[in-house]
Write a protein that binds this ligand. Sequence first.
Ligand SMILES: [Cu+2]
Length: 156
Amino acid sequence: MKKHFLASLAALLMAATAFADVAVTDPWVRATVPAQKATGAFIQLTADRSVRLVGARSPVADTVELHEIKLDDKVMKMSPVAGIDLPAGKQVALQPGGYHIMLMGLKAQVREGDSVPLTLLLEDPDGTKHTQAINAPVRPLTQAGTGRDDKTHSMH
Ligand SMILES: [Cu+2]
């Protein structure tokens, strides 16, 4: 009886840790001005085993996409990407001027002091999908983030 219970408990613990755990560092969303319809969310992610970020959702926006900003013929261009690989143990930064989570069709102004709920959609190498919920505080428009690339994000 006791042995059976321990076996069940072990199975339960294994089920609980079957998904890659992604450590989330410093999530934030850029504040918007009243008429602005889109903004960016930024975050640093470190997965304990390889997983792919394949999307995100948020109740504050109609559409959420993963974007990257690339220098294309000396012009900074923003385009959607299907996914962002999170290799095991390696910190991947979503930051102004690079990868970011794009919140489009904003339902209301995003103000400093708010907290934006985000659900990360993750896919394991075997195709298993799961989600991770986080909250990202809103930082002012003028906040430089990493600084140097900030003006490239003004297209938001
Ligand atoms: Cu974007």
